[in-house]
Design a protein around this ligand. Structure first.
Ligand SMILES: Nc1ncnc2c1ncn2[C@@H]1O[C@H](COP(=O)(O)OP(=O)(O)OP(=O)(O)O)[C@@H](O)[C@H]1O
Length: 596
């Protein structure tokens, strides 16, 4: 059940922006030593920029007023030297911050990727792949500017602003107050703009995510789209989604772009107040030209960083939603996790027991609509169990529960007497082999795809596994044998060939418990007989569960479970069930009637 698709916006809890910012900042703190170096560079640049207006005041009031050209030249050279140091420091700071921010993005992406690997099936069942990709790629990239600007803008500009205010107050408190009289207006304006734009940036990110989800789904299902000639419909859906995306962007930008004019307005009024108070009320006898010029520079030095800070804030508001979405995933707890006191499952014999197991995918579903209700059975080591029954009966669900891909609501599932919730998931899954109809083939060589089952296997083991499932022959016919490059999803291979490679991958891991969920359905009958022989040889003495709609493939099973509506309707050997003339007999006759 998908809780959201490309049609619906993702639900996000309201988060505390300060907390998100602090958390993002904590990534920076891991580079404390480097950041202290950067801040020292910046302290030098801030100090130089604060001294510059004083040099101008000195030049005007002392050297120019006294026509001291020599002194003026000396001061000019001194200013030049300071400003060369300024440029070098800025370059160093920019380079170091680019390296640090990239390292942090890598780390966040790695954390996100590793965390997603631990999440349970229910997480992936409930959201489209495209939306997950949007968070790993797009949202993480959006954080780059925020991280760099925290250090290069927030800290130095704040220091500059405080420094400027202090110097202005010391030099002339009346001019200082006049220049800064519009600060309350600015705070009110920015608060209004950020509140309005943050909501709209959240909507924009959700719309981007929807678009991503749709494009991903559309490309993955391109063969269906083209074979049903549905290009027109998909174009229309895509068009609607891009319209929504674009509209949400325009909406957000409309508010975000108000940051600049608010600052400009307050800056302009502040400058007017400075000259009004300086010239009109105080007069030239109290305020020297040099002081007024210095104040004119300081007022720019105050509002310029304020403008930069507001741009930073704007950028923060825009991208904080990306951080929210990343932390939302990082905070998603895996449903299926090891309890604190789990033990390692030792090497198993393969006895599987279900005791009064009930299960539903949506917790809290009424008893009568449960996917499995009160299922009990015992499978002895080495037994081959075939699960048959109508579509949606619950066969796949039963085998998924043995691997503990989902947790049950009632009852106990155990392997060799070990309750699955009391043993580590890794030690359980390591001893299991699961093959489904649509086994994934990764981009890489045939060898890499097979070795996925056992990374340290030797070439001999790999060839033995491939031979056992009769994949060796067709692999050797490929251009470069085991070194042939396969495309993503196994494009370029027949479905049967993909399954043979997946079989070899499962075989090489030599599982103690094997699950074949419609695994042989795409192999032609001749190959299937060969594969079956291989499987039988490899798995003699191992427990296996085989789900098959083609009843001809399960005639060698020790027992057949007929599953219907989440219950085991009947069970027994193929011969016993035929004799019983119950549900299995009916299924068998329905498949083979007319063939005899
Ligand atoms: N991930 C899921 N989320 C919610 N419901 C699910 C999920 N997977 C299966 N179901 C539901 O659980 C029921 C049993 O599904 P299951 O896949 O076990 O049937 P099955 O017997 O294996 O069917 P088939 O022979 O078609 O593969 C069905 O009603 C199905 O809709």
């Amino acid at each position: 059940m998908a809780v959201n698709s490309y049609r619906e916006d993702e639900f996000m809890e309201n988060t505390d922006k300060k907390k998100i910012f602090r958390r993002l900042f904590s990534y920076l703190l891991e580079y404390k030593a480097i950041l202290i170096g950067v801040l020292l560079c910046m302290a030098v640049t801030v100090a130089i920029s604060l001294v510059n207006p004083l040099l101008i005041e000195e030049a005007i009031d002392h050297y120019i007023a006294n026509k001291d050209m020599k002194g003026l030249m000396g001061l000019g050279l001194f200013a030049l030297g300071l400003n060369i140091i300024f440029i070098i420091m800025v370059k160093i700071r920019m380079y170091v911050m680019a390296v640090v921010s990239n390292k942090i993005l890598l780390r966040i992406r790695q954390d996100l990727y590793e965390h997603i690997q631990t999440l349970s099936f229910s997480f992936f069942d409930s959201r489209p792949t495209g939306k997950i990709l949007a968070r790993i790629i797009g949202d993480v990239n959006s954080l780059r500017d925020v991280l760099v600007n925290v250090v290069t803008t927030l800290i130095p500009e704040l220091i500059t602003v405080i420094g400027v205010v202090v110097i202005m107050l010391i030099k002339d408190w009346r001019l200082a107050l006049a220049s800064l009289s519009t600060i309350p207006l600015m705070i009110g304006g920015i608060w209004f703009v950020q509140t309005a734009s943050h909501k709209r940036w959240q909507i924009f990110r959700k719309k981007s995510s929807n678009l991503n989800a749709y494009v991903h789904e559309d490309i993955a299902g391109m063969n269906v789209v083209q074979s049903f000639g549905a290009e027109e419909e998909t174009r229309e859906i895509f068009g609607n989604l891009t319209d929504e995306h674009q509209q949400s962007f325009v909406d957000a930008v409309r508010y975000a772009d108000m940051f600049g004019p608010v600052i400009d307005f307050c800056w302009g009024i502040g400058a007017m107040m400075l000259y009004l108070v300086g010239v009109r009320f105080l007069g030239f006898e109290k305020v020297s030209v040099g002081l007024l010029v210095a104040f004119g520079t300081y007022i720019n030095m105050f509002w310029n960083p304020i403008m930069n800070l507001s741009n930073f804030y704007n950028n923060l508001v825009t991208n904080l939603t990306a951080a929210e979405r990343i932390f939302d995933i990082l905070d998603t707890k895996a449903d299926i996790v090891d309890a604190a006191d789990v033990t390692e499952l030792p090497e198993v014999q393969g006895r599987v027991e279900f005791s009064h197991v009930s299960f539903t995918y949506d917790k809290g579903t009424p008893a009568e609509t449960k996917v499995l209700s009160d299922v009990s059975f015992v499978v002895e080591p080495g037994e081959t169990i075939a699960l048959v029954g109508p579509t949606g009966a619950g066969k796949t669900t039963i085998v998924n529960l043995i691997s503990r891909f989902y947790d049950i609501e009632d009852g106990v599932i155990s392997v060799d007497g070990y309750d699955l919730t009391k043993i580590s998931i890794e030690s359980l899954r390591r001893q299991m082999g699961v093959m489904t109809q649509d086994n994934f083939i990764f981009h890489g060589t045939v060898r890499e795809n097979i070795l996925y089952g056992k990374l340290d296997a030797t070439d001999e083991e790999m060839i033995a596994a491939a031979k056992a499932v009769n994949a060796h022959e067709f692999i050797m016919k490929m251009e470069k044998g085991y070194d042939t490059e396969l495309k993503e999803h196994g494009a370029g291979l027949s479905i049967g060939q993909r399954q043979l490679i997946a079989f070899a991958r499962t075989m090489i891991s030599m599982p103690k418990i094997l699950i074949l969920d419609e695994a042989t359905s795409s192999i032609d009958t001749h190959t299937e007989i060969l594969v079956q022989k291989g499987i039988e040889a490899l798995l003699s003495g191992r427990t296996s569960f085989v789900i098959a709609h083609r009843l001809s493939t399960i005639q060698n099973a020790d027992r057949i479970f007929v599953i219907d509506q989440g219950c085991i309707l009947e069970q027994g050997s193929p011969a016993e069930l035929m004799k019983k003339k119950g549900a299995y007999y009916d299924l068998y006759m329905a498949q083979f009637a007319g063939l005899e």
